[in-house]
Write a protein that binds this ligand. Structure first.
Ligand SMILES: [Zn+2]
Length: 628
């Protein structure tokens, strides 16, 4: 927003007496917003009034022009789309990974507040190799001594695997090209990437040249590169390939972009066997992704040497749609993508290769890049670039596998259970587009519990982390307890705190009834039916009470024993149990649901290595809780 100088000026007439050299004179003081004082004689009053009126009028006209007539957005020229009514890309789908080229160490690095030092660049390079990049742009060796040294370190220390091609960038200028060839000497596989700007705007405001001038620069550069390559190959047998970028491609008239690229292909002698990479930078993203795709399809269709070229994308993210532009660009015919990890790069950054690759992965396509150790990659990235990966960054952010909302938690819970029960070979979990395990992340942090969480969330944590499978009917009861704790704490509750609540609520309840000792035995009656006897010592009201009962199972027998001391009002509703492992030992845990005298139901939990005792403990727990 422009600052309107003068809009705050208030013209104030204020009678004043001022002494001057000629004695006491009646004068008027004009205070201009407190910043300038003008002293005038009475006979000049009319002039001042007219002047004031003029200023006021000027201010009103200015304001009208600036605020009402001229709006900020009107100074921008809209992008003019390519005319391609018979475009074919919208009906296509991505079926395979493109050739990836990381430009982290060049485009990404040049945009850092503190560019990487040698050690950081080497660490980053190794990380890119580990991820699976086969083409890595390592720098601009003719532009700085540091970049030159880094390239030499990679070559001289033999750090470049045989199946990895390093790429070096150079402007299409003779002395820089020569220096670049010195820098790559001894490398096995190299892409010499040269460029010059072709955009309409840059031709007008930067280079003051016409298209022919721009073509001449590219062709001269190509000639020299070809010549130096022949010398280097003769000397070392290196495998040198070429890449040409009409820089600011997307701001260039498409026919001019096609023309210059065909000239370059011709000069370099590109053939279908020895293809040349034509990299088409969306140097400043200034159009919608579909318009970018139209440009790519138009370019591919009109390029004479299409068979002899590898079409490469180099999107930037000024509009926040670099990922979309990359994907649509692939549909439109691109074979290769240049970008960076997490989208680092000039201004808003480059296309985020991880994002594009993982998008393919979640569509069932092998991206040919391995992000299974996402946290480690992120760590290296953050260390080397001093940048942060946002908490909500796709696939990589700290919070992207976390569900806070109750309905999401519940659905995730059901999805995970469904997959287990059906042994599903596909990922079928709502709200999670990807299995966190595929990125080296764990299930634990998927669900976090705050006051927004639903009844299923705490149960999910208990099941996923601690192995306690509470029956469904118990979820609301425990959920309410956890929610109350969240509200009280006013913050997120961690899994260990949830477990502590569970222990306190269900496992450490020994009052008012406490079973001191017991005996259970079976007996077969004359009809050969098994009856179970329970005998025990139940302490309550400061006294030990001997109780005994008979039933068709331990639970039944215990219930009958309780009746002998007047505990008769509880009805058995449901029972479930499973094993939990505690260190080396396995224990049984049972969940008992009883109906209370007032008609409500309540759960009790019993944990014991003896399965019958686990149930009995569960019953006592429920009764104790009911009497709290
Ligand atoms: Zn770039």
């Amino acid at each position: 927003m422009m600052c309107f100088i003068g809009t705050d000026v208030r013209l104030r007439y204020k009678p004043n007496l001022v002494r001057d050299g000629e004695g006491l004179l009646r004068k008027r003081k004009l205070n201009l917003g407190g910043t300038a004082n003008l002293y005038i004689r009475p006979e000049q009053r009319m002039f001042v009034r007219l002047f004031g009126a003029f200023c006021l009028l000027k201010i009103i006209i200015d304001l009208k022009e600036r605020i009402i007539m001229k709006k900020g957005f009107e100074k921008y020229i809209p992008f003019e789309p390519v005319k391609l009514p018979d475009r074919t890309w919208p009906d296509k789908v991505i079926e395979k990974a493109p050739i990836w080229c990381s430009v982290d160490l060049r485009d990404g690095n040049q945009a850092l507040v503190n560019p990487m030092n040698l050690e950081e660049k080497l660490l980053f390079f190794q990380t890119l190799v580990d991820i699976g990049f086969k083409e890595i742009e390592v720098g601009f060796p003719s532009a700085s001594e540091t970049e030159y040294e880094i390239l030499r370190a990679l070559i001289d220390r033999n750090l470049i695997p045989d199946d990895v091609t390093i790429q070096v960038l150079v402007q299409a200028r003779p002395h820089l090209i020569t220096k670049t060839f010195e820098a790559i000497s001894g490398a096995k596989n190299v892409i010499v990437h040269f460029y010059n700007s072709t955009s309409t705007l840059q031709r007008k405001v930067v280079f003051h040249t016409d298209m022919q001038g721009v073509i001449d620069i590219a062709v001269e550069g190509a000639k020299l590169i070809k010549e130096l390559t022949q010398q280097e190959v003769a000397k070392t047998g290196a495998n040198i390939r070429f890449e040409y970028s009409p820089e600011s491609f997307s701001g260039t008239e498409m026919d001019n972009a096609v023309l210059i690229c065909d000239k370059v292909l011709e000069t370099l002698g590109a053939t279908p066997e020895h293809k040349v990479i034509l990299n088409l930078p969306n140097t400043v993203e200034g159009m919608m992704p579909n318009q970018h795709a139209d440009q790519i399809e138009y370019f591919c269709r009109h390029l004479k040497g299409r068979d002899s070229a590898i079409i490469s994308l180099h999107p930037h993210n000024d509009r926040g749609t670099a990922t979309a532009a990359t994907e649509l660009g692939i549909l439109a015919g691109a074979d290769r993508v240049e970008g960076t990890l997490f989208g680092n790069g000039e201004r808003t950054g480059n296309a985020d290769i991880m994002n594009v690759a993982m998008n393919m992965y979640t569509q069932g396509i092998d991206p040919k890049l391995d992000f299974s150790e996402m946290n480690k990659i992120k760590e290296v990235y953050e260390q080397c670039t001093e940048m942060k990966v946002h908490e909500r960054h796709p696939y990589a952010g700290e919070l992207v596998f976390t569900a806070f909302s109750g309905s999401h938690q519940d659905a995730i819970n059901k999805g995970v259970e469904y997959m287990k029960q059906h042994n599903s070979e596909y990922w079928e979990v709502p709200y999670l587009p990807i299995d966190p395990a595929d990125l080296g992340r764990q299930y634990e942090p998927i669900i976090r519990i705050n006051s927004q969480s639903g009844k299923g969330g705490a149960a999910f944590i208990m099941q996923q982390i601690f192995g306690y499978q509470m029956p469904k009917a118990m979820h609301p009861e425990f959920g309410k307890i956890v929610k109350a704790a969240c509200d009280k704490a006013g913050r997120e509750i961690l899994p260990k705190e949830i477990f502590a609540l569970f222990e306190e609520e269900y496992l450490n309840v020994h009052k008012p009834y406490n079973l001191k000792s017991y005996k259970i035995y079976e007996e077969n009656d004359v009809e050969n039916e098994t009856v179970v006897h329970f005998e025990g010592n139940l302490r309550f009201e400061h006294m030990d009470h001997v109780i005994s009962g008979v039933g068709n199972g331990p639970i039944d027998a215990f219930f009958n024993a309780l009746k002998t001391v007047g505990i008769t009002d509880y009805k058995f509703v449901s029972y479930s149990e499973h094993a939990v492992s505690e260190g080396a030992n396995s224990k049984a845990i049972s969940y008992i649901q009883l109906e209370c005298p007032n008609g409500t139901t309540i759960f009790g939990v019993g944990l014991d290595s003896n399965i019958s005792l686990a149930s009995i403990k569960g019953i006592i727990c429920a009764i104790n809780r009911a009497q709290k």
